[in-house]
Write a protein that binds this ligand. Structure first.
Ligand code: PLP
Length: 601
């Protein structure tokens, strides 16, 4: 096989997204094309420099990467008795070149697929082909966030149209009201896991319906419910058309919960609701009530009229699946309630979030004590190989050996204690220097000008996440004089790097970004407080590796899990956090407690 052919095969599998040595091969083929495409391997391969491709040194590296890839792909699966699982989610964060995510929910889903692939779990994922992805962020001259969308070019990404044995695209149909909508699907191969993305944007559908699947989290309720019908009902129909045998359906958040209605239709003459519940599990994330989709009853009955007819049930019965009180005709239809009612088990995403979710949904189980509300927790974790920087891999392998394969064993991590302090410090300084270089380059290309007086030797604090109000991004600057004193001591230089997007409809979140941008221009903070535009997984990777301190100060207990702090540990950074989300489980009274905070919870 030629190096080009081998790279083509590697390029068609997102395995490269957690194997930096493979990724660097693609970049080397055409750094300009790679960077311009937002780090897409296939974009670089399509425009490969043939001198590089033909060199024998390069071919040897391709051989090594390909061998590693083949070994990975042919690895053993877990016990074949393990239930085959379908994983449904509205967003998937796999790599910055595929902007199919907006935040933690999608990043978790992406990490989950990669981890399932690593251990050989039989998992099939279903999402939506968001052709325009989540937005690109830039700013106008008055510091107001602007959004821009650029369509994903399927020829430059490892997306494959799903076809039947005769080579015809597989089409499934859902109904929006009584109007049929055809869906095709694109496959993304994530190691050994397949992700199928449903797409309405092709010539079977009228133009106004083609746009339905293009963007994430649109404001129109009608668009949202239609996207959710596509994901839930269309997703099940796709799995059936492809003859996938599935034992368990996992709903990651309520957006996909309509899948239970399609399962109910299938189970109509067999297991009924019990049959559906025996196959479904549900994960709830946010304690923020507005983060749970709730639809007007009229919208639900009009959009779902056909499936309602098939089920032979009344409006009231249909609506009861998404209501706390089925006889309250004014109560909206809540997707999370549908998911909870139709699942055999449910979980929050951290120990604290489990407790909060039991309180949050207690009214659904009014006859039970709050601790008996059937919502448990599974604490989110990150896919370490995705978030470990290349420098971290190299450094850790010196002291820990093959940590990647053995990362589930505590004994591997206890060896961290053997790393000499000065080596650890050199590692941190190296990571910080790389970040400083990245920030200098990045800020030169932003839509706004800011002074960047960044110091590779200063204590570097990082704060990067969605700018949802409860995360309180500008809290550090609540007392401006105090913040100025902290940041202006010449003997103890400190700098803070921010990044993050606010949803285009979230004016409060956008105001918080504006506040940070104002602060970057204030005399006392100029050059030392830096805002990086267009937060994505690449910026995330750079910040969690190079920052010394990762700051997390949400309004407790609104952070469901908040995994970004987990990404700093492997780089020797410190997590400084309110005891919210996963942190009460990570905190051991010595690592990252604010002195004035009670740490005995
Ligand atoms: C890890 C990550 C998140 C989730 O982090 P939180 O701590 O939940 O805010 C969101 N976006 C990106 C790009 C990430 O890498």
């Amino acid at each position: 096989m030629t190096p080009r052919r081998k790279l083509e095969l590697i390029g068609r599998n997102l395995w490269w997204s957690w194997n930096p040595e493979a990724l660097s091969l693609f970049r080397q083929l055409n750094p300009g094309a790679f960077d311009a495409s937002g780090n897409s391997p296939l974009a670089a391969l399509r425009r490969a420099d043939s001198d590089v491709l033909d060199s024998s040194d390069f071919a040897a590296r391709v051989d090594a990467a390909f061998e590693k890839f083949e070994t990975y792909m042919s690895g053993a699966s877990v016990d074949s008795s393990f239930p085959s699982t379908a994983y449904f989610c509205m967003e998937f964060g796999l790599h910055e070149s595929l902007p199919l995510y907006s935040g933690g929910l999608g990043i978790l889903a992406g990490d989950h697929l990669k981890a399932a692939s690593d251990v050989g779990l039989p998992l099939t994922a279903v999402g939506i082909f968001l052709r325009d992805g989540y937005f690109k962020q830039y700013f106008d001259s008055r510091n107001r966030q602007q959004d821009e969308y650029s369509s994903i070019d399927v020829t430059l990404h490892p997306l494959e149209l799903v076809e039947d044995e005769e080579g015809n695209p597989i089409i499934v149909t859902v109904h929006l009201g009584s109007m049929p909508l055809d869906l095709r699907a694109w496959k993304l191969q994530v190691g050994r896991v397949e992700l199928y993305l449903l797409d309405a944007d092709f010539d079977h559908n009228a133009y106004e319906y083609r746009t339905l699947t293009r963007r994430l989290y649109q404001s129109s309720q009608k668009t949202r419910i239609r996207q959710e019908i596509i994901l839930g009902i269309g997703g099940i129909r796709l799995l059936r058309t492809m003859d996938k045998s599935i034992d368990v359906y996992h709903m990651n958040e309520g957006h996909c919960a309509f899948l239970t209605l399609e399962l109910l239709r299938e189970e109509q003459n067999s297991g009924g609701e019990e049959g559906v519940r025996s196959k479904c599990v549900f994960t709830t994330h946010t304690p923020v009530m507005s983060g749970h989709d709730r639809f007007e009853p009229k919208l639900v009955t009009s959009e779902l009229i056909l499936i309602q007819k098939h089920l032979g049930i009344s409006d009231k019965q249909l609506l009861s699946y998404g209501r706390v009180n089925p006889s309250d005709s004014a109560e909206k239809f809540t997707m999370t309630i549908l998911g909870l009612k139709m699942s055999r088990s449910a979980n929050g995403v951290s120990r604290l979030n489990g407790e909060v979710a039991r309180r949050q949904w207690h009214h659904l189980y009014a006859d039970r004590a709050v601790e008996d509300v059937p919502i448990k927790h599974v604490t989110n974790g990150i896919h370490l190989p995705t978030w470990a920087s290349p420098a971290a891999r190299e450094f850790l392998s010196v002291y820990l050996g093959d940590w990647e394969s053995n990362r589930h064993q505590k004994s591997v991590w206890s060896r961290v204690g053997l790393i000499p302090d000065d080596e650890l410090w050199r590692y941190r300084c190296d990571l910080r220097e790389r970040l400083v270089e990245f920030i200098r380059d990045r800020t030169r290309r932003q839509s706004f000008v800011q002074e960047v007086d960044i110091d590779p030797d200063a204590l570097t604090i990082g704060f990067a996440r969605r700018f949802a109000s409860y995360k309180r991004a500008p809290l550090f600057f609540f007392d401006l004089d105090r913040a100025a004193k902290l940041l202006s001591n010449p003997d103890r230089p400190v700098q803070i790097i921010y990044a993050g997007k606010a949803h285009p409809a979230d004016t409060e979140g956008q105001a918080l970004i504006r506040r940070i941008l104002e602060i970057t221009h204030m005399e006392a903070f100029r050059g030392k407080v830096i805002y990086l535009e267009d937060y994505n997984m690449q910026i995330g990777r750079m910040l969690v590796s190079g920052c010394d301190v990762w700051l997390n100060n949400p309004r407790r207990p609104y952070e469901a899990s908040g995994t970004s702090g987990q990404k700093v540990a492997i780089h020797g950074g410190l997590n400084l956090s309110i005891l919210d989300g996963w942190w009460p489980e990570g905190f051991n009274r010595h690592n990252g407690c604010l002195a004035h905070q009670r740490c005995d919870k």
